[in-house]
Design a protein around this ligand. Structure first.
Ligand code: URA
Length: 222
């Protein structure tokens, strides 16, 4: 059964004005965007805006932006938390050890990496692989929302705690969030949560639960 969306709205908001009222904490000034965002209603605009973004400090420290990769008409959209060191160097999400495990997880249910679209909550690497701050996730949300609107996926797979909590606007632990299918607030898109591959690499015992997640994901995509 789908969990009801907490705050239904008629459609995704795609302008930075949707962030009005989500002010950064006074002691954490966020660098101003150097330019007005164009309408993010096509892929060139979305990728171009990500490449030029200077809305938060992450943009000043990363090697390059990591907008996303894959089939822009995919049924499955996979959303991780943010680029790590390998992704920062390659400019592509999930290419390090976690990514290789993610590829094997997908292959186990007959899905090739090229058949899905993969992106992250934030498009720039957080320094020292720290979690993205909530204001960084909020600043980057306009791009993710625009990507979701373009792809219009059948299912979103939220990979790991930061992704799941950000997408579902929840503070619940992943262990709770994986127990039901959710709905992306403001849309009818089902969201399946699973453990982050980096966690599975550290805690192989959790792979059994991830396997159940994958089998359910496979059924959701039928
Ligand atoms: N972890 C993520 O969440 N995303 C990546 O792209 C790589 C590792």
């Amino acid at each position: 059964m789908l969990a009801a969306s907490a705050t239904p709205t008629s459609e995704l908001k795609l302008t930075r004005s949707s962030l009005a009222g989500i002010a950064p904490a006074p002691d954490q000034p966020v660098p101003a965007q150097a330019y007005e965002l164009p309408p993010l209603d096509n892929w060139d605009a979305i990728i171009g805006a990500i490449q030029q973004c200077s809305a938060c400090e992450l943009s000043q420290n990363c090697t390059q932006k990591v907008p996303g990769v894959g089939d822009r008409e995919a049924d499955l959209l996979i959303i991780g938390e943010g680029p790590g060191q390998d992704e920062d160097i390659r400019g592509e999400p999930f290419v390090g050890r976690s990514g290789q495990l993610l590829d094997r997880m997908l292959a186990a249910i007959g899905i090739a990496r090229e058949q899905v679209y993969i992106t992250n909550i934030v498009k720039c690497r957080p320094p020292n692989n720290r979690d993205p701050k909530s204001e960084e996730a909020q600043q980057c949300r306009v791009y993710l929302d625009a990507q979701i609107k373009q792809i219009a996926p059948k299912v979103i797979l939220a990979v790991g705690r930061v992704s799941a909590q950000t997408l579902l606007d929840s503070n619940l632990p992943v262990g709770k969030l994986i127990q039901q299918i959710h709905q992306l607030p403001g849309t009818e898109i089902p969201v399946k949560v699973t453990y982050h591959p980096a966690y599975l690499l550290r805690s192989p015992a959790a792979k059994a639960i991830a396997w159940q997640d994958l089998k359910l994901l496979h059924r959701m995509l039928q």
